[in-house]
Design a protein around this ligand. Structure first.
Ligand code: SF4
Ligand code: SF4
Length: 292
């Protein structure tokens, strides 16, 4: 973690437990579904999965990614197992049974598949909408290696929010993300999705050594391609082999960026806090964005 510093109190979360947590865990296991909540060791599982409409973010296309970003705890392999053909239907069945009105789905990067898994993702959106036409669906997507036809295909599947994370400022891209990802490529993905007339969203991790000016530049670039919603969260080092944290950014600074993103840059909505993740309270935040 940050240069020998202890994790500050504002980052400590309770271990997940409770009946709703157990129900979701068993339901996911039964249908052979993975979640980014568990695979990426998200600190919010106890909070997100509990409550009467507690929900998880399903991770499609397996639990193994073809990339190896320096910040990410997900397993990696050049040759992951083939995608489960039943996954779109199983995902839709799980989501339909959970209740609630908003769901986030994401996936690993599948550079081994011709379309990066875009059609599998799109089929899942369609299956969810068939079982629950009222469900708002947010997809947190890979960059499909800049294959804009794949982006267009998924953006046309009936989803409501197209999220793709730029993750960090331009200068730190190579250090933080897999070499096949990139700043301009991610902006192109977001621009292509926006051209379909849907809401778009992106996330930035703080605490990796970025400067304030670099954050401002990134916000301007995201807004310039039409991004509606932006989120900020603290980067946490998942294992000692991953990138160390440069700084634990205090909650007051996150609040500064929230106001700045909304009032100065003009995003429709910004969620910003040490434990905010792209999918954290995504439904609540989306509703807030809509009433503005
Ligand atoms: Fe993790 Fe990077 Fe793979 Fe996304 S692309 S799952 S961040 S390793
Ligand atoms: Fe899962 Fe997202 Fe909540 Fe983390 S913030 S537990 S990834 S839904």
């Amino acid at each position: 973690q940050a240069a020998g510093k202890e994790k500050p109190a504002w980052l400590r979360q309770r271990a997940p437990q409770g009946p709703r947590y157990e129900y979701l865990r068993d339901n996911l296991q039964e249908l052979r579904l993975n979640t980014v909540c568990e695979e990426a060791q998200c600190p919010n599982v106890g909070e997100c999965w509990n409550g009467s409409t507690g929900t998880a973010t399903i991770m499609l296309l397996g639990d193994t990614c073809t990339r190896g970003c320096q910040f990410c705890a997900v397993n990696t392999s050049r040759t992951p197992a083939p995608a489960d053909d039943q996954e779109p239907e199983n995902t839709a069945r799980a989501i339909a049974g959970w209740g609630g009105g908003y769901i986030v789905m994401t996936s690993v990067d599948r550079d081994d598949m011709a379309d990066g898994g875009a059609d599998h993702f799109a089929r899942t959106v369609k299956a969810v909408k068939r079982l629950r036409p009222d469900m708002l669906v947010e997809c947190l997507t890979p960059d499909f290696r800049g294959d804009l036809a794949a982006v267009h295909h998924l953006a046309s599947s009936g989803l409501d929010v197209y999220a793709h994370n730029i993750e960090t400022i331009d200068r730190l891209q190579r250090r933080v993300r897999d070499s096949r990802a990139g700043y301009v490529q991610s902006l192109e993905v977001l621009k292509t999705a926006k051209a379909r007339g849907i809401y778009t969203k992106s996330s930035i991790m703080l605490g990796l050594g970025e400067t304030d000016d670099e954050i401002v530049d990134t916000l301007l670039d995201l807004r310039a391609v039409g991004v509606d919603i932006v989120t900020f969260g603290q980067y946490l080092q998942p294992t000692p082999l991953h990138l160390p944290v440069k700084e634990f950014v205090p909650p007051s600074k996150f609040e500064h960026w929230r106001k700045f993103a909304e009032d100065v840059i003009g995003f429709r909505y910004c969620a910003s806090g040490p434990l905010v993740r792209s999918s954290y309270k995504a439904g609540e935040y989306f509703m807030e964005a809509m009433i503005r």
